[in-house]
Design a protein around this ligand. Structure first.
Ligand code: SF4
Length: 181
């Protein structure tokens, strides 16, 4: 049986090189991108990043790659994060943020029958790879879905973003990162 992969994606630029690498590693897999980012503030920014992802996937892959948009449940996300917002970017609040997004991605993977799951978040040099991998492994054991993660090629994502003229946001996503604390 060929792999059925769900890729949690935060935005188009981070999806570019991640997806390229996964397609090279799993050429026969059925791949779906899951955009789920209730962390993004404001809502217009979440919409903008989603539309850029739609544009990129359509232009480069046509119908080959599936795309699912998760619910923008900002109030729930913020109720979990706001009490620890003072930990700052790269701190404890980010760990919770990773967990909330990956948990939802695993639920979606289970719902859609995915055999494998990963996230584009590991492409960013500003993200904590070890935390992402730890959370992914814990959820993998619980959900029975294979987790895989690499330090995706950040330099290649910049090249592809330029080639396709993609919008590259200047902050991670949440209002706290927007404030540059
Ligand atoms: S800085 Fe980024 S990873 Fe950290 S809480 Fe904000 S949106 Fe989430």
């Amino acid at each position: 049986m060929n792999e059925k992969i769900l890729i949690h994606a935060c935005c188009a630029p981070c999806t570019t090189a991640t997806l390229e690498e996964i397609l090279a590693d799993y050429p026969d897999a059925a791949i779906t991108v899951f955009y789920y980012n209730p962390n993004i503030f404001p809502a217009e920014e979440e919409e903008k990043r989603f539309q850029e992802l739609v544009r990129y996937l359509g232009r480069r892959y046509g119908e080959k790659i599936g795309l699912i948009r998760g619910k923008y449940d900002f109030d729930f996300w913020n109720s979990m994060i706001e009490p620890v917002e003072l930990s700052g970017e790269g701190g404890f609040r980010c760990r919770i943020c990773y967990y909330l997004r990956l948990l939802e991605a695993f639920k979606k993977a289970r719902e859609t029958g995915a055999t494998h799951i990963t996230t584009t978040l590991a492409i960013s040099p500003y993200k904590n790879f070890e935390w992402l991998d730890e959370i992914g492994k814990l959820l993998s054991a619980k959900f029975g879905i294979t987790w895989f993660l690499k330090r995706w090629n950040y330099r290649r994502s910049i090249e592809l973003s330029k080639e396709y003229g993609l919008y590259r946001q200047k902050y991670c996503g949440c209002e706290y990162s927007k404030r540059r604390d």
